[in-house]
Ligand binder design. Sequence first.
Ligand code: NCD
Length: 310
Amino acid sequence: MDFYDKDLVSIRDLSREDIEYILDLSKQMVPYALGEKVHRALDGRILGNLFFEPSTRTKLSFESAAHRLGCDVIDVSEMSMTSIAKGETLADTIRMVDAYCDVIVLRHPYEGAARLAADVSINPVINAGDGAGSHPTQMLLDLFTMKEAKGSLDGLNVTLLGDLKYGRTVHTLAQALTMFGVNLTLVAPESLQMPDDIVGRLKEKGCLKKQTDNIEDVISDSDVLYVTRIQRERFPDPAEYQKVADTYRIDNNLLRSARDDMIIMHPLPRVNEIATEVDSTPHARYFQQAFNGVPVRMAILCAILGGEMQ
Ligand code: NCD
């Protein structure tokens, strides 16, 4: 797809070629993301950052990516600070913000919110997470991190661990990985397994290797271990959360059975699913992954807003 002036709402908007294009562009952005080179490819443009759910990395890395390209940012982080608190609909809020900027980045607790925003907005909308739905920019930085670490995505053994039911990062990532012939192992407590529709798509593509609730059985066979937080805020019943809280934890003892070159990723924030002792091992890749949000989001903004890097 030609990204120029297009929305980025779900994995369904992307082909393997599109993903490869963004990953290649992201690589070129790294020296700019580090501040070693300067390029104001988006000078005079305005990004509208609308975050109606908590965020540290996604919001700040979009801001950092915009600033590194000379793009200005306007933002709202609290629904209570907008006219939504006075009863305005999301659609009307989006129409207004649309008039004040050139691209909208939206995070919202409701699945489908980004699609609705894209339908009413004239300018492009980038989905920065809609409930348990999609998180396509996180998926792109996750793939970039895997590719940088492993050289290629094709044929990797990737294990997704944790809250596969409510985690939007793993919903999006699992489907993207099928485009690269990855072998996927899904590890989750019984009640937090991947939704059936996504499992069905993984099976159709021949990418599902195993589903289990025991990480110890599969860690030795993994090239990438992608750990997630249990999404407490999405549980309709807090008692259900308590039943699964702390059911898995990666520590150095468990890592003794891992391959030396296995990398551990996590979209962050972590709660206690990865012991801090793991941070100083060569397996830990999650802080690098968080940095990668900047070059990857620079690439996405340039592709959508038409910023020339040459
Ligand atoms: C994730 C999210 O918001 O879905 N965080 C992120 O964007 N880096 C994961 C999470 O909140 O657990």
